[in-house]
Design a protein around this ligand. Structure first.
Ligand SMILES: [Zn+2]
Length: 447
């Protein structure tokens, strides 16, 4: 096998955001885990005459997508009847998610991760930030997930969601799980840790103090913040401070903090998020599903906030999440001219955070020297693509197309629509076999 592979011909969109650097009839050459060249297909063919070809069939060639907020553990909730009324966000947590996570055992943690990672590959995500909970299988759960991540071939930033909702001892065990995993993977080029916290209203002052005291200075937090009004209400009642004030008080609000949702932050709080360099993570499909409200994306960006994008366990489909964000802006503003000046920055923010996490400044760009994280969207674009309209093609075209190839750090994980690392049919068979017992354990747990 030749050490160089050329991916092409297709339309290269070399980055997300404002300067996509489109190359029509283009290609990308990779060697090992790096991109070594980007340019016209004919030129690269002449430069690397003995290279292997990964035929892009004229599709869009994009950087691998990054998901900034996922929950692998939610994969086996599909079709589950909680059997209890759930009228609001608090009841959804207590009736569904906090029972499901307690019912998970090692095997269902593994299967949930495999199912989610297979979907990440299927939809072109090459780096994923996961937020995990499995109280009955806590110690070692992140390493268990990491094993599946390695098998799948993706890059991941993992954390365990520390919470006092099942008692302080469990919160401390969650903290230890985060710290150990982060320590063990400090230099890992494909796996890193974060300090996961569930949400302000379920994390006590004592736990936040311990977390702040024990975390290394470069270990950022990953927390749900102001997803629903419940977070502010209970944080104030229980701890006498708003969710953001609590993070600030304990010194956890910094440039590495990932703050999922932020739906109910007021403009002053959003400004403080911006001043501290933290990142808000917009999860539009999940917010719609839980009917918790909508992040005012335009206001957050106008206040200088960095905003990224996640799926919050709803799916692993980042281009669809981007489309939901765009439609949400239009629905929220009632203005059909909005969205094109704000939404394109979300996926770019995601790649910058992934680049920071791995110390890989070129991650998320198709250029020489960057990690070879590359996807090919199937089908040639039916209209011209250039730097001015590439986002329109992602929004209205690519989000509705399937992914033909997914390449992560030079390894082909999806080739002509077929997984090469995970046997998705076997995983689904195993999941269907394991789910009845999981759901039985779920039903036996009180809300
Ligand atoms: Zn979440």
């Amino acid at each position: 096998m030749n050490p160089v592979t050329v991916i092409g011909p297709g339309t290269v969109v070399a980055s997300f955001g404002r300067n996509p650097n489109v190359v029509t009839n283009g290609s990308v050459a990779i060697e090992g885990d790096r991109i070594i060249d980007v340019g016209a297909f004919e030129e690269l063919g002449a430069t690397y005459p003995r290279a292997d070809l990964l035929d892009a069939h004229g599709g869009l060639i994009l950087p691998g997508l990054v998901n900034l907020h996922h929950h692998f553990y939610s994969a086996l909730a599909r079709g589950l009847d909680p059997g209890t009324p759930m009228h609001d966000f608090g009841e959804i947590l207590e009736g569904l998610w906090w029972r499901l996570d307690r019912a998970l055992d090692a095997e269902t943690v593994r299967l949930s991760a495999a199912l989610s990672l297979a979907d990440c590959i299927r939809w072109g995500c090459t780096t994923v930030f996961d937020h995990h909970a499995s109280p009955s299988c806590l110690s070692g759960s992140l390493e268990l997930i990491a094993d599946v991540v390695r098998e799948a071939g993706l890059s991941a930033i993992l954390c365990y969601e520390v919470s006092d909702r099942n008692g302080h001892d469990e919160a401390m065990a969650g903290l230890e799980e985060n710290l150990q995993f982060a320590l063990d993977h400090r230099e890992n080029p494909r796996l890193r840790g974060l300090l996961g916290l569930h949400a302000s209203f379920t994390v006590s002052d004592a736990t936040l103090e311990q977390a702040a005291r024990q975390r290394p200075a470069d270990l950022g937090i990953h927390i749900h913040l102001a997803e629903d009004l419940l977070d502010a209400k209970l944080s104030q009642e229980r701890y006498g401070r708003t969710p953001l004030n609590r993070l600030d008080h304990f010194g956890l609000l910094d440039g590495r903090a990932l703050l999922a949702h932020g739906v109910h932050l007021d403009p002053y709080d959003v400004s403080r998020v911006a001043e501290n360099g933290a990142t808000l993570i917009h999860n539009p499909e999940s917010n719609n599903n839980n009917a918790v409200g909508r992040l005012d994306l335009e206001a957050a960006l106008s206040l200088g906030c960095t905003v990224g994008l996640g799926t919050d366990g709803m799916s692993s489909h980042m281009l669809r999440s981007q489309r939901a964000a765009f439609l949400g802006v239009r629905a929220g503003t009632g203005d059909p001219t909005t969205g094109f000046d704000t939404v394109p920055g979300l996926l770019a923010a995601n790649t910058r955070r992934a680049a920071q996490a791995f110390g890989e400044p070129l991650l998320g760009l198709l250029e020489a020297g960057a990690p070879a994280d590359i996807i090919v969207i199937d089908g040639p674009p039916p209209t011209p693509v250039d730097d001015t309209n590439a986002f329109g093609h992602l929004l209205y075209g690519a989000s509705e197309r399937v992914v033909r190839h997914t390449v992560a750090r030079g390894r082909i994980l999806l080739k002509d629509f077929r997984h090469t690392t995970l046997d998705v049919e076997e995983v689904a068979d195993q999941a269907r076999a394991a789910t009845p017992a999981l759901w039985e354990r779920f039903r036996s747990l009180d809300t």
